[in-house]
Design a binder for this molecule. Structure first.
Ligand code: PMP
Length: 394
C-alpha cells in the first residue's frame, strides 16, 4: 500500500534550519525559523509559565480527560483576552485545539461541513501552512493582493479591489495582527473598510491571531479582531498561545466562532465538539491549564504582561536600530518600513539571489522570500545584517 504514496515537498523553513545547523561558521545568524529568541539567542520559558507550572504540580490531582471542547475555563479566559468588550457570549462557540495550526485546520473543516463550495481567500503572501491545509482538505482557495513590494506596505487598494470579488458564504482569512510573513498590517480605518465590505458581501471573516502582544500591545493588537466581531454576524477566529505565552510545544490554541444568533451558536458548538471528537477526541490540556491559571490570577497575569511587553519592546528597538543603521549606510529612508512593520517578521523585498548572497557571504539565514525574524537579531548582529543588506544590493 505505502508504495503508492508520493514524496512530499520539503518544508523550506525546515530545510533552511538544517543548512544553518550544518554551517560551521560561528558568526552565522539565524533569522529563519519563527520562534521568539532573546538577546542571548534563547527561547525562554516565561516567568509566569514557570510559576504556574510549579503551582500546578502541587494542586493537580488528576490527569483524566477534560471535556471534548476542552476546559470551559480556558475558552472563557482566552476568548476574554482576545475579544474583551466585544465578547458576545450568546453568539460565541468555542473548542480548544492543539495550537493555532489545529484551530486553523478545524476552522477549514467547519467551512467544509457548512459550505463545501465556499472559496477561502488568502492574502498574497500568507503563512504557507494556510494554503497547504486548505489544499489538504480539498477546499477551493483564491488570493487577494496584500503586500506592495515597492513600498513594503499593504496594497490596500489592491486588497479591496480583489475582495470585491468575494461571494456570499466565502471565507476571507485575515491575520489579526503582525502579518506573517510580511510584517505589514492594516490600520484601524482599513479594518473598518474590510469589515464593511465583508458584511455587505455576506462573507465570513476567518481571523488567524497568533501574535497578540507582539505588535503594538495586547489590546491594540486585537482592535481589528474586536471591530470585526462587532460588525459582522458570522466570524471565525483561530487563536494561538504558542508565541505570546512562549509555550510552542504545549500545543495550545482555541477556535472561536460567532454565529448570527444564540440558537445557531448552540448548533455551531455541537459541530465544533463533533469535529474535535473525529480528529483527536480531547484536546491537549497542559498549556491550556497554564494559560487559564495565568489569566485568572492577577499576580501571574501582571508578571506575564510585563514580560510580554519586554519582548515586544525589545523587538521594536531592534527594528528601529536596523532602520537607523540602514538609513546611515544608504543615506536614504528606503528601509524605514522596517521600523513601521510589526511583530516578529519583516519581508525585506530582496530577490532570492540577494537572500542567497547574504547567506553565502555573511552566514545570514532568512527565508527565501526574504522574510526575516527580527527576534533572531541582537544589538551586535544588527550592524552585520545592515552591512549584508547593502552589500547584497537590496
Ligand atoms: N498562524 C500564523 C500566522 C503563524 O505564524 C503561526 C505560527 N507559526 C500559527 C498560526 C500557529 O502556530 P501554532 O500552531 O504553533 O500555535
Amino acid at each position: 500500500m505505502f508504495n503508492s504514496l508520493n514524496a512530499q515537498p520539503v518544508d523550506k523553513i525546515m530545510a533552511l534550519m538544517q543548512m544553518y545547523r550544518e554551517d560551521p561558521r560561528d558568526n552565522k545568524i539565524d533569522l529563519g525559523v519563527g520562534v521568539y529568541k532573546n538577546a542571548q539567542g534563547v527561547t525562554p520559558v516565561m516567568r509566569a509559565v514557570k510559576a504556574a507550572e510549579k503551582v500546578l504540580w502541587d494542586i493537580e490531582s488528576t490527569k483524566s480527560y477534560t471535556g471534548l471542547a476542552g476546559d470551559p475555563a480556558y475558552s472563557n479566559a482566552l476568548s476574554g483576552l482576545v475579544l474583551g468588550d466585544a465578547k458576545d457570549n450568546t453568539r460565541l462557540s468555542m473548542a480548544a485545539q492543539p495550537g493555532g495550526t489545529g484551530a486553523i485546520h478545524q476552522a477549514v473543516e467547519l467551512i467544509k461541513m457548512a459550505n463545501p463550495g465556499a472559496t477561502i481567500w488568502l492574502s498574497a503572501p500568507t503563512w504557507p501552512n494556510h494554503p497547504s491545509i486548505i489544499k489538504h482538505l480539498g477546499m477551493t482557495m483564491a488570493e487577494y493582493r496584500y503586500f506592495d513590494n515597492a513600498t513594503r506596505a499593504v496594497d490596500f487598494d489592491g486588497m479591496i479591489e480583489d475582495l470585491k470579488g468575494v461571494k456570499a458564504g466565502d471565507a476571507v482569512l485575515l491575520h489579526g495582527c503582525c502579518h506573517n510573513p510580511t510584517g505589514a498590517n492594516l490600520n484601524f480605518e482599513q479594518w473598518k473598510e474590510v469589515a464593511a465590505l465583508l458584511e455587505a458581501k455576506g462573507a465570513i471573516p476567518f481571523i488567524d491571531i497568533a501574535y497578540q502582544g507582539f505588535g503594538d500591545g495586547l489590546e491594540e493588537d486585537v482592535a481589528g479582531v474586536r471591530l470585526i466581531a462587532q460588525a459582522v454576524p458570522e466570524v471565525m477566529i483561530a487563536a494561538s498561545c504558542s508565541k505570546n505565552f512562549g509555550i510552542y510545544r504545549e500545543r495550545t490554541g482555541l477556535l472561536m466562532t460567532l454565529s448570527a444568533n444564540a440558537d445557531q451558536a448552540g448548533i455551531t458548538q455541537q459541530n465544533l465538539t463533533h469535529l474535535n471528537r473525529q480528529n483527536f477526541s480531547f484536546p491537549p490540556d497542559h498549556g491550556a491549564r497554564l494559560v487559564t491559571m495565568i489569566l485568572e490570577d492577577d499576580g501571574l497575569k501582571a508578571d506575564w504582561m510585563a514580560e510580554l511587553e519586554e519582548v515586544r519592546l525589545g523587538m521594536l528597538s531592534l527594528r528601529q536600530q536596523l532602520a537607523d543603521e540602514l538609513r546611515s549606510r544608504t543615506n536614504s529612508d528606503r528601509f524605514g518600513f522596517i521600523a513601521e512593520h510589526r511583530g516578529m517578521f519583516s519581508r525585506l523585498g530582496a530577490t532570492p539571489e540577494q537572500v542567497e548572497k547574504m547567506r553565502v557571504d555573511y552566514g545570514i539565514y532568512m527565508v527565501g522570500d526574504s522574510r526575516l525574524n527580527i527576534a533572531g537579531l541582537n544589538k551586535d548582529t544588527v550592524p552585520v545584517l545592515a552591512e549584508a543588506i547593502v552589500a547584497a544590493g537590496v
